[in-house]
Ligand binder design. Structure first.
Ligand SMILES: Nc1nc2c(ncn2[C@@H]2O[C@H](COP(=O)(O)OP(=O)(O)OP(=O)(O)O)[C@@H](O)[C@H]2O)c(=O)[nH]1
Ligand SMILES: [Mg+2]
Length: 186
């Protein structure tokens, strides 16, 4: 199995990478480019799993060389799972990229990182509700403190492709419930 750590620049991908991988880490240029990336290995339930610290990207519609490499790394990979690292204090922007990856059918788990930063801004996210809406595991983390990392790893096997139409339907029913119009009321 291969796992890609993907997300915007500066969301904590490399902190996850360093905490999850052991000594056998290699840094190289992506072929034909000057863009660096790092890969290493971790064990999940006894299985050796390759972990790649993908260059940060804002979307799957690349705007520079580093983003091109990020998208190419996703598209070239077979039997791949994605850990989508999102800055919980800027969640909408991060979710956009996660949705793009889901739309392409990749199995994904979300690390809602920087929970400490979000809390300082009085942003509290209901990870359980988000998980229900998206249909993929969502784990709150503070990567620099190691919080949530064990749970994240334990849930990687639950990553599965989802139908984006289901997400749209779940979002609509959540909005209805919030507005008190669930159950067929007008
Ligand atoms: N407060 C806080 N800081 C964090 C957390 N996770 C990472 N950081 C910090 O955020 C900064 C960016 O982390 P990186 O791991 O370098 O981010 P990245 O996603 O690898 O960034 P790029 O490689 O530029 O795409 C660093 O200063 C980290 O120490 C967190 O959960 N809380
Ligand atoms: Mg990094």
């Amino acid at each position: 199995m291969k796992i890609l750590l993907m997300g915007h620049p500066n969301v904590g991908k490399s902190v996850f990478f360093n905490r999850l991988t052991g000594a056998n880490v290699t840094e190289s240029n992506y072929p034909g480019t000057t863009v660096d990336y790092t890969k290493g290995w971790m064990k999940i339930e006894g299985e050796d799993v390759e972990l790649i610290d993908v260059p940060g990207t804002f979307s799957l519609d690349p705007k520079d060389r580093a983003e091109e490499v990020a998208v190419a790394m996703l598209h070239e990979s077979k039997d791949v799972r994605v850990i989508s690292v999102i800055d919980a204090s800027k969640i909408e922007r991060g979710l956009y990229l996660a949705m793009e990856i889901l739309e392409e059918g990749y199995p994904l788990v979300i690390a809602l990182n920087m929970r400490d930063v979000a809390e300082d801004k009085n942003i509290v996210i209901d990870a359980g509700k988000l998980e229900w809406i998206l249909g993929v595991p969502v784990v709150s983390t503070v990567a620099i403190a190691g919080e949530g990392i064990k749970e994240l790893v334990s849930r990687i096997r639950e990553a599965k492709p989802v139908d984006v139409a289901d997400i749209t339907a779940n979002t609509a029913s959540t909005a209805d419930a919030a507005a008190g119009t669930a159950g067929g009321e007008v």
